[in-house]
Structures are given as structure tokens and as C-alpha cells.
Ligand binder design. Structure first.
Ligand SMILES: Cc1ncc(COP(=O)(O)O)c(C=O)c1O
Length: 465
């Protein structure tokens, strides 16, 4: 910014001009073309699909173009499903069956519209330049998203421990996953600023912040609106993209373990603060309906969504239209009230399991470990006291736990700096096991941690004598 060539009246100093220019720059929507990876910029569109898809339903058009199989060749007459609450969904001829079985550019449009309405009404993005595209679940979206953004050496900041599939994709595209210290609300703003400066000093290209704002995997952290806003402002100051993976917004719990209340349907994250279209949000039905459906959606700035859809048209075609039609039909029959009731039922079930584990930890693990009781998601995050010393790795406990037939995951798997890096943390999922198994698992964990505490005490004594 060359303020020296401009003459400003009176007390309008060069610093004033600099601040003014920065303000203008930072309230402008970001230039997505400068953020995309080289492969994203290079990739041509699916020309065949672009020509044929818009003409597919044009009246009077003789379709000799696309390689579509004949509807008469589909060996289905009906696809139907029954749900636990009595809702029945059925796709039959004239009722969505043939379009669900056919190639389907962009996925099932009414589901996309349903998701857009949900985002507008409940998440309330601040910017206007956003749209929704369907995905084959968040794993699909994560892989594509990093492919579209990350070039060799680009830095993506994350919590110091984060979702391992995101890390694999960042690294797979040659990026650097750069861990930032975190607390029970996720990434710490001061540490984020420090790490950005450190990366800049090393001459790195800083690209994005990837977070799981509600019920983080693995740490269980829940970002408050204040934390999201603070981190957003830092990302904006340094022109970073924010990638928010919102798989667990649906699974939120009441902190008070005695309460039978549940929070119900509510969403967190960064979109409500996104003044200049730099946030990409991922949602999935995996945790609130079923992962086998492979259905989700991405919300983001239109220029990015255009590139994302282009990639989808060349790969997954936005996922299975059969799954999407089933999900749509279920959501339509539920309506908002039915969805609320379903989410509350789920939250009650998982909240009870969370409380069982929290009570068992209080009973068996006091003095043996430190932990967080999560208010969202599926995971307890705990650090055995025997591993407190710097550089101790929880991986040493895994074979002993396996001998007791208990599986928990070592924190190292989620470590941003690399899965070989030591981490004293353990991740324990409370979502899957039965109530009895949860209690049994914690008892066995306590047994192993006691043995490990005794062993490390003896080691210390031997080394000091
Ligand atoms: C943070 C996070 N994102 C995404 C996923 C995967 O979601 P999907 O089943 O939609 O691919 C998971 C699943 O464990 C997750 O924990």
C-alpha cells in the first residue's frame, strides 16, 4: 500500500491512510481464484455433462446426446423403507423412482433446497453470497475441499489434535497441518495469532483454518459464539479461509448431568460472522440419521461452490440420488417438529451414555487421569497422569488395553504435527457400546491406568536412586 504518493488533507496521516485502505480491503469479499489450488484452476469442466444435463427435461427434445441407460432397463419397481417412528418412505414409478435411479447432475434438487432453508433459518450466514451443494457425506467433501485449496507447502491451521481424515487429506495434497494449542473451547485465539506469525516468518503460504466447532473430534471441545467470532476476526485479518466441519452440531448435551433436558436443534460455528464470504461449512446426515446413506451438504461462497460442483460432476455426481431421495422424503414427513423430536430423542440417548461414562470416570479414574466431560459429539478426551511428563505417548497403553479386550484410540493418531508425534491423550467414544460395556470398559481402563501409574512410579524411583 503506497500511501506516500497520495496527498491527504490536514491530519490524515500515512498511518490513517494505511488503516483506511486495510479496512476497505478487509471488507471486500475474498478473491477465490487466488485461493484455489493449481489443480482446481487447471481442471476443465465436464463438458459432456454441461451440454446434456440442462436439456434432459426440455419438452420435445430428442435425446440422442448423453450416455444415459434406458429407464426400462432398471430392474426396480419400488424402493421403500420403514423408520422406527412409523414413517414410511417409498419411491415408485411416477414418485421419484426413475429420476433417483438415473444419472442426476447436482443431486436431488429439493434436498438441496431443504438444506438451504435450514442453513438460512437456523445457521443464519452473515454474507449473502452463499449456496449449498450436496455431497456424498463429509469425508467426500473434506477430500474434495482440500484438493481444491491445498498446494504443496500450504499451511492449514488446526487444533493441535484434530480429525485424522482431515489431516490425511491435508498431507495427501502436500499441505502442512499446523497444530495450534487449544482448550475446552477449541483453538486458542492468542496461540492462533502466534502460530500465524511463526508460519509467516518461515515464509509459508498460509491458507486456511480447519475446525470442528461443536463436539470436536477428538477433543470434544465446543466453541462458544465468542470464540468463533474471535477466531474469525483473526482469520479475516490474515486473509485465511475457514473450513468448519459441523458433523456433531446435531449431538449437543446439557452440561448439568442431573438434568433430563436436552438442547435440541441448534447450530454453532463461523457462518454467522462471515462478513466477507470466507467460510465453508460441512454438514452430514451420518451422525443424526445414518452414515451408510453417504449424504451431506456443503455451504460456501458461490465461487467456491462452483468449483466444488465441477469436481463432483467429474467424480461422485454429488452422491447417491436414491439415498438423497430417501433422506428428503423422511425429512419432509418429519417436518420441523418431527426433526426436533428425533434430534431430542438422539440427544437424550447419547446424553445418558455420556453421563454413564462421566459417572464411571468419577468413580474409578480420580487421581489416575484428567478428562473433559463433553457437551457435544461422541468422545471423551482423557490424559492419564502416568503420562503427564513431556513426550510420553499413550500408544504404550493400547496393547495392554487390548489384552483386556478394550479399544480406545491413542491421541497420536490425531496429532496435527504428524501421527508419529507423541501424545499423552486417549480418545474414548461413548456412542457405540452398550451401557454395561461402557461401565466395564471404564473399570478395565482404570485397572490398566493403575498398573501404569505404579510402573512409572517404580521407574522414577529406580532412576533417582
Ligand atoms: C469431524 C468429522 N467429520 C466428518 C466425519 C465423517 O462424516 P461422513 O460420515 O459424512 O463422511 C466424521 C466421522 O467420524 C467426523 O468425526
Amino acid at each position: 500500500i503506497r500511501t506516500s504518493r497520495v496527498s491527504f488533507p490536514g491530519s490524515f496521516t500515512a498511518e490513517c491512510a494505511r488503516q483506511h485502505t486495510l479496512k476497505i480491503l478487509f471488507t471486500m469479499p475474498i478473491d477465490w481464484e487466488t485461493k484455489l489450488s493449481a489443480s482446481a484452476r487447471r481442471r476443465p469442466t465436464n463438458a459432456l455433462k454441461e451440454l446434456c444435463a440442462p436439456l434432459l427435461h426440455k419438452k420435445g427434445m430428442v435425446l440422442l446426446g448423453g450416455g444415459l441407460p434406458s429407464a426400462q432397463a432398471f430392474p426396480f419397481t419400488k424402493i421403500s423403507a420403514e423408520f422406527t417412528d412409523g414413517v414410511k418412505v417409498s419411491l415408485s414409478e411416477g414418485k421419484g423412482l426413475l429420476s433417483a435411479l438415473q444419472y442426476n447432475a447436482g443431486g436431488v434438487a429439493p434436498l438441496r433446497e431443504w438444506a438451504s432453508k435450514l442453513i438460512a433459518a437456523k445457521v443464519k450466514p452473515l454474507c449473502e453470497d452463499w449456496e449449498v451443494t450436496l455431497t456424498a457425506g463429509s469425508s467426500d467433501a473434506i477430500e474434495k475441499m482440500f484438493g481444491l485449496l491445498v498446494d504443496e507447502g500450504d499451511v492449514v491451521f488446526t487444533e493441535d489434535h484434530t480429525y485424522s481424515a482431515a489431516l490425511s487429506n491435508i498431507r495427501g495434497y502436500g499441505g502442512v497441518a499446523w497444530g495450534v494449542a487449544a482448550d475446552h473451547e477449541g483453538v486458542l485465539p492468542a496461540a492462533f495469532e502466534e502460530e500465524i506469525e511463526r508460519a509467516k516468518k518461515q515464509g509459508k503460504t498460509i491458507k486456511a483454518l480447519y475446525v470442528v466447532p461443536i463436539g470436536a473430534n477428538p477433543s470434544g471441545a465446543v466453541m462458544s459464539p465468542g470464540r468463533c467470532k474471535e477466531l474469525y476476526d483473526i482469520a479475516k485479518k490474515h486473509n485465511l479461509i475457514v473450513l468448519e466441519d459441523c458433523a456433531y452440531d446435531w449431538l449437543q448435551y446439557t452440561p448439568d448431568r442431573k438434568s433430563k433436558d436436552v438442547p435440541g436443534l441448534r447450530f454453532g460455528g463461523f457462518l454467522p460472522y462471515d462478513s466477507d464470504s470466507r467460510v465453508i461449512r460441512l454438514d452430514t446426515v451420518s451422525k443424526f440419521i445414518a452414515p451408510g446413506l453417504r449424504t451431506g451438504w456443503l455451504t460456501g461462497p458461490k465461487p467456491f461452490v462452483r468449483h466444488f460442483s465441477k469436481l463432483s460432476n467429474l467424480s461422485t455426481h454429488c452422491g447417491s440420488a436414491i439415498s438423497q431421495s430417501m433422506v428428503l422424503s423422511l425429512l419432509q414427513q418429519w417436518g420441523e417438529e418431527g426433526l426436533q423430536a428425533h434430534i431430542e430423542k438422539l440427544q437424550r440417548m447419547y446424553q445418558t451414555r455420556r453421563n454413564i461414562v462421566a459417572d464411571a470416570f468419577d468413580q474409578h479414574l480420580k487421581g489416575l487421569a484428567d478428562w473433559r466431560v463433553p457437551d457435544a459429539g461422541m468422545f471423551f478426551w482423557l490424559r492419564p497422569k502416568s503420562l503427564e511428563a513431556e513426550k510420553k505417548d499413550s500408544r504404550s497403553l493400547i496393547p495392554i488395553l487390548l489384552k483386556h479386550n478394550v479399544l480406545v484410540v491413542p491421541g497420536g493418531i490425531f496429532k496435527a504435527e504428524g501421527s508419529d508425534a507423541p501424545s499423552p491423550w486417549l480418545r474414548l467414544a461413548f456412542s457405540y457400546a452398550t451401557d454395561d460395556d461402557l461401565k466395564k470398559g471404564v473399570e478395565k481402563l482404570a485397572l490398566v491406568l493403575k498398573e501404569s501409574a505404579v510402573a512409572s512410579e517404580e521407574k522414577e524411583k529406580a532412576s533417582s536412586s
